[in-house]
Write a new protein. Structure first.
Length: 248
């Protein structure tokens, strides 16, 4: 049996949690609507079935197409229809409300966004060589959290050195997150891609004019400019280098 990484275990646990919450939401709705179920079951089942289909369908399409407007449409329709049903009292608004939530959570748990399997062979941390490029150097190391040590990377730019966990860097390259933060207690630095932050945000203003998806390091002590910009072939080799490192 293959050993799961911490990230894989966390993703699996999150799926179970979301599925459980979806089931609890449906059960809670049924319990709250016991009088309605006995007197007018259509008033409960109609918005529940419609809400489950609406929430799961649109949320699934939005996630698969990486579409923000579809995801926003899901929640906008969820709230608008909820208030319309409450006002008209045609069928149960709360049944719709909980069903849309349950549908979105259920489809997220059942069909998680899958990362592309990495074909890069791992090397022992002690055997890994440093990486350099774009005025940045990175060296494999370890970091201690209490009694536990984890693989880490020391990244040095013109502004100084800091450490990142390998697992969090790998999650960043798998696009599980848009920004990764240095290890708590280290020099606060962010690794991100140009284009993910709002234009009027600190990171957006610091990276204005750079091509989208360019890798940048932002040092909190001087966030008016990137501490480093990793471009073109350097970005490719840096990602490949990170993926050769063990995560746990």
């Amino acid at each position: 049996m293959a050993t799961l990484t911490t990230r894989e275990r966390d993703r699996r646990a999150n799926r179970y949690l979301l599925g459980t919450i979806a089931v609890v939401a449906v059960i809670t709705s049924a319990v709250l609507h016991r009088p309605v179920l006995s007197s007018d079951p259509v008033a409960f089942w109609l918005p529940t079935a419609a809400g489950l289909a609406y929430g799961s369908g649109l949320w699934f399409l939005g996630a698969r197409r990486d579409s923000k407007w579809l995801s926003n449409l899901t929640w906008a329709g969820w709230l608008v229809v909820f208030w319309v049903l409450l006002w008209t009292k045609v069928v149960s608004g709360p049944a719709w409300f909980l069903a849309v939530i349950a549908g979105g959570l259920a489809v997220t748990a059942a069909f998680p966004r899958k990362t592309k399997p990495s074909k890069v062979d791992k090397v022992p941390l002690a055997a890994a060589k440093p990486w350099s490029g774009s005025d940045v150097t990175a060296e494999p190391t370890i970091h201690t959290f209490g009694r536990r040590t984890v693989p880490a990377v020391t990244i040095t730019t013109r502004d100084g050195a800091t450490r990142f966990r390998v697992s969090e860097l790998a999650g960043f390259f798998d696009k599980e997150t848009d920004t990764v933060e240095s290890i708590p207690g280290e020099r606060l630095t962010f690794l991100t891609r140009v284009g993910v932050a709002a234009p009027d945000s600190v990171i957006g203003e610091a990276t204005a004019g750079l091509p989208d998806d360019t890798l940048v390091l932002i040092d909190e002590k001087d966030d008016s400019r990137p501490a480093a910009v990793i471009v073109d072939e350097d970005a490719v080799t840096f990602e490949h280098w990170v993926r050769t490192l063990p995560e746990d």
